[in-house]
Each structure stands twice: as C-alpha cells, then as structure tokens.
Design a binder for this molecule. Sequence first.
Ligand code: BDP
Length: 700
Amino acid sequence: MMTRLLALLCCLGLSTAALRAEDGYRLWLRYDLIQDADLRTAYQQQLGQLHVGTNVDTTREMMAVSLRELRNGLRGLLGIHLAPAAGAPGKGSGLALRRLAAGEIGPEGYRLRQQGNRLELAASDDRGFLYGTFHLLRMLQMGESLRGLDVEEVPAKDIRILNHWDNLDGTVERGYAGFSIFNWHTLPDVLDPRYTDYARACASVGINGSVVTNVNANALIFRDDYLEKAAALADVFRPYGVKIYLTARFSAPMELGGLSTADPLDPEVKEWWAAKAKAIYSRIPDFGGFVVKANSEGQPGPREYGRSHAQGANLLADALAPYGGIVMWRAFVYNSDPEADRAAQAYEEFVPLDGQFRDNVVVQVKNGPIDFQPREPFSPLFGATPETPLLLELQITKEYLGQGTHLVGLAPLFAEVLQADTHQGGAGTTVASTVTGLAGVSNVGTARNWTGHPFGQADWYAFGRLAWEPALDPTAIYDEWAALTYGADEAVRKTISRMLVDSWEICVNYMTPLGLHHLMATGHHYGPGPWVDELSRPEWNPAYYHRADSAGIGFDRTLTGSNAVAQYAPAVREKFADPRTCPPEYLLWFHHLPWDWRMDNGKTLWEELCLRYQAGVEGTEWLAAEWASLEGQVDAERHREVSQYLTIQQREAEWWKNACLAYFQTHSRRPFPEGVEAPPHDVEHYQSLDYPYAPGIRPR
Ligand code: BDP
C-alpha cells in the first residue's frame, strides 16, 4: 500500500521528502530531488561517475565523510548512486578528485574546475575536499550550472569558531532555542546523532572550531570525567574538521586543584596548568585551546593578584604551547573605574599590553565598544594593537535584537563591522583585514529546528560564510540560504533575502535608533527599560547611556564629554567627533544634542527620533506583509510558524516604540510629530510590565 502511494507521488512529481514534516531539522542541507528533469539529467551526466586520483586516500576519516556527503547528496538531489568509474582508468566523464601539492593551494582551500569532460575537485588537504564537497552540493541545490566551472576558494581567516554559552547543567546563557545540545550528563556514552549533525552543519559553512562551554566558566570541565566527555565530543567533531575548545576558569587551580592561589606567576599554578594541558592533550590530541573571560562581570582573573591580562593569558599560553594550542583572551572588561566611560575601557586596558602577549594568544574583541547592542560603531581596538592578533567576536544569538522571537537578519550587522574602515595604518584598513579570525556566540539549542525561530538558522549560516569570506555581500548570502532552505524559486528566494537584509535596520529603528544603546530591561534584557537608573553599577543603567534630560539626549564622547572618540584613528575620530559629519546611525552614541537639533533632512532631533521608531514599527508590518505574500509558495508548516513569530514581533516593536517614546517625552516635553502614533499608555504602564521567566537569563 505504502509502496503504491510512494509510486503515485513520484508519478505526480512529488518527492518522498514532501511527505516529511518540514520541521527545520535539516537546516540548509536539504538534498531533495531536483524537480527540473533537464537539469537533473545534465548533472547526472556531469557527475555520475567518480574518479579518485591515485594520490587521494579515501580511507582517511575526513575523506570518508566527504564521500559519504557526496553520495548522500547526489542520491537525494539527482536520485543516483555515485559509482566508481568503470573501464580504463583516466577515461570517461564524471567527478574527479585530485590531491594538490601543499604549495599549490592554501590550507583548507579547494578548486572546482571543469577539465575536459570532467569536473575536478582538487585540494591539498582533507578539509579542502570537505569544503569543496559542500560547495559543489550547494551549487546543485541552487540549480547552478557547472559548465565551464572554475572556482578556487581559500578561507580568508584561519579561526572560524562558534562560542557556545552552554553550561554543564544543560542551560544556555542567552540561549533562546531550548537547552544545550551537549548533554554532559550522558556523555561520553551517549553520542546523540545531533552532535554529528551539528558538526556537519558547521563544516558545510566552513566553521572549523567550537568552544563548547560558557565564557562564564565552570572549573569542573577540567575534571578527568568531564575531559572524557569532551574527548567524546571531539571524536565526533574531528572528521568534520571542527576542533574542540574549552573555556578556562582562571581560578580552576584553586577550585579543582586545591591550591591556595591562582596567581599567574606562582610556580605551583604554572605546574597545575601544565599538567592540565597534558591531561587534555592525552585525550584530545588536536585540542584547540582555551577561551578566557577574566576580571569581567565577576569572573576571576589575574588582576586579583595585581597581574595584567597579558600575564594571565601567558600563563595559559605557556601551558598549551608545547601542543600547539591557543588562548583566546577576551577583551570584554569594564570594571576598572566606575567613573570611566564603559565604551573606552577595553581599549585603555589592552592597548598598553600590545607586544606583551605570547605568540599563541589572540585577544577576542566584541564588534562594538560596549556589548552586542543592536548597532554599535566598531570597537576602536581593531587595528590598534599591531603586535597582538585580534579575533572579532560577534553575537549570533540575539540577546539584544529580539531574542528568540524576532526576525532579524544579522549579516548586515556583521558586514557593517567587517567592512568598517579603521584607518589604522592608512585608509582601507577594514576591521576584516585587521583580524585573524571570527568567533560567533552560537544561537543553537535543542529546539527541533536548532535555532527556535526558523530564520535564526540564517544567522548561523551567514556567520560561517562571512568567517570564510568577510567580503561576501549579505544579500548574496541570504539568497543562498533562502534557496537552500526554502527552495530555488526566484521570487521566493528574493523576498526572503530582502526581508532578512532589511530586518536589521527595522529592528534598530524600533529599539535603539540614531545611535542610542543599552535601553533594554534589566537582567534578562528582554524588552525596553530606558527609565532604569537605580542599579548599583552606573554602567548597568540605561539612563547612563542615553542621558536624556530636558536639554537633550545622547552620550557625549567628544572632547567636551568622555572623549572616547579619541581612541579612533584621526580620520575616523574627526568624522565621528563632529555631529555634522557623524553618520546619523551613530549620532547619539557620540553626541549629546538638544531636542531641537536640526538633522540634515530638516527635522528636529525629537521628530527624527519619533519618526524612526514609527518606521521601525511599520517595518514589521512590511515584514508580515511580505511573508504573507509567500503563502502557498513555501510549505504550510514553516509558513505558519514564521507568521506566528511575526505577530509577536509586530506587537513587541510597538511595545519598544511606545515605551521608549512615552519615556523620552517625559524629558523632551514635545508633541509627537505628524505620522507618529502616540503611545496608548503613559510611561508608568510600561514600567509596570514584568517578565520574570524571560528565557536565557544569566544566574547571578
Ligand atoms: C553580555 C551577556 C552576558 C555575557 C557577557 C559576555 O549579557 O550574559 O556573559 O555578555 O560576553 O552581553 O561575557
């Protein structure tokens, strides 16, 4: 009966995949049968046979993974079984694998080229074959022609890594997609297939590392039984080219080792870390290294012993050096001086240390000077430490951009910072060119579709693609993602990618337009809280950042204020320091301006602020209308789910706008301009709203 049903569906041109629930688990790796028969035939002719070069060893783990992916992909997409080439060697069409000499192409790189009647995939290492395989399958999924193909890809950055803020108890800090995918309780015995699927998804977009524990670290991870668990994960990830890293709690020698100090210059402390590194590498020979959050938000660190961040980092770097491991030391610090501008602190602390770090230390810097706000100017640290390699840290999980329920594509945010010109050492020195890699705070959890909001997958995808090639255009990335995830139909693809590209600016408008920042509620950071001004540390209060009063609004970071703008190279500094040349998107980041300040478009600052909030709300209506226009063109299941999320987003955009404008009006005392709907409640109403169980909250 079932077989007959399947046969009938096939006759109707429906693949069995259509029967499968569209639950999002497959991410962008959906190898459904290509419906265009001509295209399928063309691909079949081009790829039907496999020629394995004599210098390609397919028995190696990672090569076997590549071949399995290729076979599965071609079976799904083309309905064929990839066969080893028959007949005389070297003859006939098909796909040919060839190993290049090390110098012929960079590490992890590959070439896909039509050579006569063959398509050749060539690489000098196993990772290159793996990434080339995914590239080829992506082209097929997108229906692209292979004729005359000639591409060569080498990753622009060596470090392309996810940071999981996952705790050993299974919770995820700032996670909005369920619990941690890493089940430490059942590891190492239970190897959830998700571990493999996760590593495979990472590999498909070129991600080559994973920090599986939270930056707010737990020393327990270094206990032998936990190291066994980590080793089991490493074994699963390895064939996919994903190296495992752990977060190191600076006080671990005390908490786990029973020492009386964690002073980085203490010989016993050094010995403890050296022995720990040995223990790790005996289980995980290719262990990547440590990420460290030190002396930040209550985390222990070297400053407790009067030592610098460099001395702290070097302690761990020395322990890892014999095995080739690295230390990613975070520059996210802001606790030195309560009077100081928080935006200036990382630079002040780290620039003087330039040149003092060991070679195997990289300093990990968040994209902006504060903390993953909806929009920030790039951190002035980029390009300012010529002797110290930096890693750009981006937040893929949307702690400050609507958390788990808003459709906000982050590729434009990522691209804005990557393309920003630091002018350090001359014009054209982009942030991308100054960094040695990218780290992204993961948005993955146990949700069936991995990311909770179905469109959250697009940010995981975009992060990987940009880490591989920071120059990629967000529209092109989202075109790919949309085609892979929702099918290759041109109109559908374009609509989805436009929604993703435009959604970031929409969100910035309804949350923090014109350079406002840190307006969110306390603790969970869910929803607006611009009125908050009573928290113990000044820089935890939104009022510290917007500084609204009867005269105006904004944080003066010029000479008349904190002068944090002086940390940028002269060309950037001059532009930002003058409100007439400062881009409007950063205006209130750098300037405190009167409510009646005239914008270039002739509006007053107050009017412009109100209109931007209104535009944000209208943007969410546009998103909903665009998505509604796709009804019937994408599968009903995912269409319904996204629509429901868009309803939340529309409501919450109004909430943000109304709460912020009601509050700011108590300072501006000016009427709402034409075209802006007045908030239906007064500010007390918005202050009274309470969300005790908002997800992702950090235990304090
Ligand atoms: C903040 C988060 C906090 C993280 C911190 C970090 O609210 O949960 O621990 O970043 O990056 O944005 O260390």
